[in-house]
Design a protein around this ligand. Structure first.
Ligand code: NAG
Ligand code: NAG
Ligand code: NAG
Ligand code: NAG
Length: 274
């Protein structure tokens, strides 16, 4: 509780500075750049789940004193394969709310997330991914964006995605898909065509060790991003491996730095581009 109180104080101070400079663009960023106190790695999630058109949405709201609680902008949080049952996912969504964004995380797997680490022997990744292809996942995300835009009246949507969800962050900044800026941490299965189709700014946080995004693939992604004419960013975090944006071992300083760095990278991207 003590650290939460401190966070809100920090937000208020930084919000004041932003307004004093007159640079706040209507309900924009109020978090202090580099303020890691708003990031929760452990504890009890503060949001709640609702059902919208049969999609379960985890919703985390900024403190009501925060200017962004007017909800002109929002963050759509697309999880890794562990989905909403993984506490780190809800806690990170809460952290985006403390950064000032109404944050909505849909249950992408309709109650059927990966039951164990996707990398352990025995987990049939092929079967899992076949069951959760774009034809099944896109409509769930479209329903979530409909909730933000139609039900809540949000005007600008930033989409943040992790591993499985990272690919969809790209898919939803294609024309007419409903999101305006994307951030993806260690996206998996991302295709060149999905990058080429973007019509909004895209930021990527990459792991040093990632079986799903090798250094060669990372270089290709950079090249394809560079050809899009959209603002982009690819940041590599040393000492990290696939999944670090959510599941870093925060007892290890270099991993903690990577996870917090990826979060702050996303917040700055949205503060700049939404
Ligand atoms: C609603 O979603 C559940 C899974 O979460 C599914 O079993 C059910 O068929 C869906 N109902 C409709 C009307 O789509
Ligand atoms: C995994 O699932 C695929 C597709 O359903 C199937 O073809 C394959 O035999 C499965 N592999 C194992 C080891 O069970
Ligand atoms: C989605 O596509 C897969 C693979 O093409 C197919 O097996 C599955 O039936 C499709 N699901 C829906 C809901 O259309
Ligand atoms: C996290 O890192 C600490 C420090 O190296 C280690 O003791 C602990 O076992 C690690 N936890 C997990 C779950 O790997």
């Amino acid at each position: 509780m003590r650290s939460a109180g401190f966070s809100f104080l920090a937000l208020a101070i930084c919000g004041g500075l932003v307004s004093a400079k007159g640079s706040a663009k209507g309900g924009k960023a109020t978090s202090c750049p580099g303020d890691t106190s708003i990031i929760a790695h452990t504890g009890t999630p503060i949001g709640k789940e609702i059902s919208h058109k049969n999609v379960t949405l985890y919703i985390s709201k900024p403190d009501s004193d925060n200017k962004k609680s007017q909800y002109d902008t929002a963050v759509l949080y697309l999880t890794d394969v562990f989905g909403l049952p993984l506490a780190e996912n809800k806690l990170l969504a809460d952290s985006f709310a403390r950064a000032g964004y109404l944050t909505v995380a849909p249950d992408l797997f309709q109650g059927d997330p990966a039951f164990a680490d996707i990398n352990i022997p025995g987990f049939n990744t092929t079967a899992f991914l076949a069951k959760h292809g774009p034809n099944v996942t896109d409509p769930i995300i479209a329903t979530s964006i409909d909730y933000l835009r139609t039900t809540l009246g949000v005007k600008r949507v930033g989409v943040t995605g992790y591993c499985f969800g990272g690919r969809y962050a790209f898919r939803f900044i294609a024309p007419g898909k409903g999101a305006d800026a994307a951030f993806a941490a260690h996206p998996s299965l991302l295709e060149d065509g999905e990058i080429q189709a973007i019509k909004g700014p895209a930021s990527v946080a990459a792991a040093e060790t990632d079986g799903l995004m090798s250094p060669a693939r990372r270089a290709q992604i950079e090249a394809v991003l560079g050809a899009t004419a959209q603002p982009y960013q690819v940041t590599l975090y040393s000492g990290t491996s696939h999944g670090f944006g959510v599941r870093a071992n925060v007892s290890v300083p270099v991993q903690r730095f990577g996870k917090e760095g990826a979060f702050l990278q996303a917040v700055r991207w949205f503060d700049t581009h939404l």
